[in-house]
Write a protein that binds this ligand. Structure first.
Ligand code: NDP
Length: 476
């Protein structure tokens, strides 16, 4: 596939290409241009040229277009979901959910287009004020490989509805579905140059987007290490950034929890998308009074999981997305085994054998008796490994939960309102779920504290994040 700049398919000025692989089979499924900073320059110019006309449309006109685009993406969801599975690895069911999730985000923001934007303030004898929210101009978006389509929606929908234009860089390992969707948005009527997709590595195209003087704001999702670099670069040019970074979300299961529901919550929370979600359950804290029965039920369910190619309808968990992920997780488990950092309750190794040898398959894994200084508890484990910690009182659980440098999400599983109140008040996180985990609908703000990032996506407030306020003071 080609990049999409100014509504047309283009190769890179470098004339170089990058292969995109299916992580389940090791086969090359397509290739994309290896973009350069020069390509970013062309994309930004096209976004700048498109800005005036796009921003002059009414919000309602832009909303109508987004509604129409969502419906066209829905019509093509089967093909898009299949492509997403092939480049990302996730089961087809999850890929379908993700494509539909993208449409939901577009529709949510399109729905906001009928709301009045801005305020009028009366100041008595001094006069009256009109407060407007103007679009910023050209915005940048940098997308990871784990939920590329959904995250594309989180960034493009509010930015475009607010009247901005955009240059977006997908991850090198999952650019294809994003390119296909942007072609559909153009068919739906998005004018050329409003959304430009530049493929290529983060070090070249990503940094070029952040540092380009005409890019007004950058929204980034990815690792904390890259997030620090993005913050540094954006700070050096005094640019606004949203950083959605890593997490090590705890799930706290109290002794009064509905155990069966919580077991299913832990399964979905940890093993959906092979655990490669920033808000996945990455540390499980179980009250000692129910720990025995909870852990044995969870182990039975984990051991029955069908790991395989995401295109196989039986598959419940696909491969990891890339070799780096595979090597990182293999290295973590090697260290856990060699240094006695915990007891492996099930799994713990790559999956090998016929049908698995060319893919990045890893066993769904549970680890108990985890050492407090193990990277399973102190770092972000971006894959299907779940450390289980047994606790005897909520105070201890909260203090362990807060020891992490991350603060993205937390869930508590309980029937007791006082417990909910305590967790809500004392746990450092951007979102607290009760008897749920991972669900992030477009209606609610999403983002973290501490090393998990700054700024929020989703919800109506994210729309304001893509505007600047301008006030007209009328001194009659
Ligand atoms: P990165 O943070 O490296 O990548 C995310 C995006 O940023 C990609 O598009 C990447 O491009 C781009 N990028 C990389 N370097 C730069 C840079 N210097 N300037 C601008 N953009 C850049 O994540 P990885 O994909 O490498 O994954 C590594 C780890 O990050 C995972 O194991 C996980 O821990 C974490 N992660 C967290 C996510 C989350 O949602 N919180 C999502 C994905 C990963 P390129 O395609 O070249 O890599």
């Amino acid at each position: 596939m080609y990049m999409r700049i100014n509504g047309v398919e283009v190769p890179s000025a470098s004339a170089e290409w990058r292969d995109v692989m299916n992580p389940a089979t090791g086969e090359v499924i397509d290739r994309v241009p290896d973009g350069t900073s020069g390509d970013v320059g062309v994309a930004v110019e096209s976004a700048e040229s498109a800005f005036q006309k796009w921003s002059e449309k009414t919000t309602r006109e832009r909303g109508v277009l987004l509604f129409h685009a969502a419906s066209m993406v829905r019509d093509d969801h089967k093909h898009l979901a299949r492509l997403l599975t092939m480049e990302q690895g996730k089961p087809l069911r999850e890929a379908t959910d993700e494509v539909r999730g993208f449409c939901n985000v577009l529709e949510f923001y399109a729905g906001l287009s009928s709301q009045p934007a801005g305020d009028a303030v009366r100041l008595g004898s001094q006069g009256d004020c009109m407060v407007l929210h103007e679009p910023l101009g050209v915005c940048g978006a940098i997308i990871p490989w784990n939920m590329p389509v959904l995250i594309m929606g989180w960034k493009t929908a509010p930015a475009l509805l607010a009247g901005n234009t955009m240059v977006l860089k997908p991850s090198t390992t999952a650019p294809l579905t994003i390119l296909s969707i942007s072609a559909i948005l153009e068919k739906a009527g998005l004018p050329p140059g409003v959304l430009n997709i530049v493929t290529g590595s983060g070090g070249s195209t990503g940094e070029a987007i952040i540092t380009h003087p005409s890019v007004q704001k950058v929204s980034f999702t990815g690792s904390c290490a890259t997030g620090c670099r993005v913050r540094e670069l954006a700070g050096s040019c005094n640019k606004d950034v949203v950083l959605e970074l890593g997490g090590s979300d705890p799930m706290i299961v109290m002794d009064d929890a509905d155990v069966q529901k919580a077991v299913e919550g832990a399964l979905r929370g940890r093993f959906y998308n092979a655990g490669q979600i920033c808000t996945a359950v990455k540390r499980l804290f179980v009250h000692q009074d129910i720990a025995g029965s909870f852990i044995s039920q969870l182990k039975v369910r984990v051991e029955s999981f069908h790991v395989g190619n995401g295109l196989d309808p039986q598959t419940e968990m696909g491969p990891l997305n890339n070799l780096q992920q595979y090597d990182t997780l293999s290295g973590i488990m090697k260290s856990v085994k060699e240094n006695g950092e915990g007891t492996i309750l099930t799994g713990g190794s790559p999956v090998k054998g016929e049908g698995y040898d060319n893919g990045y398959f890893f066993e769904p894994t549970l680890v108990g008796d985890v050492a407090e200084d193990s990277s399973l508890l102190t770092g972000e484990i971006f894959g299907p490994i779940l450390p289980v910690v047994v606790f005897h009182d909520l105070d201890t659980a909260i203090s362990k939960v807060n020891r992490s440098p991350y603060g993205l999400g937390t869930s508590v599983w309980t029937r007791d309102l006082a417990t909910v109140k305590r967790v809500f008040q004392d746990v450092h996180a951007g979102i607290i779920w009760v008897n749920r985990h991972v669900t992030v609908p477009p209606e609610i703000p999403f983002g973290g504290t501490k090393e998990s990032g700054t700024g929020r996506e989703n919800g109506y407030r994210a729309l304001h994040g893509y505007t600047r306020t301008k006030t007209l003071f009328l001194g009659w």
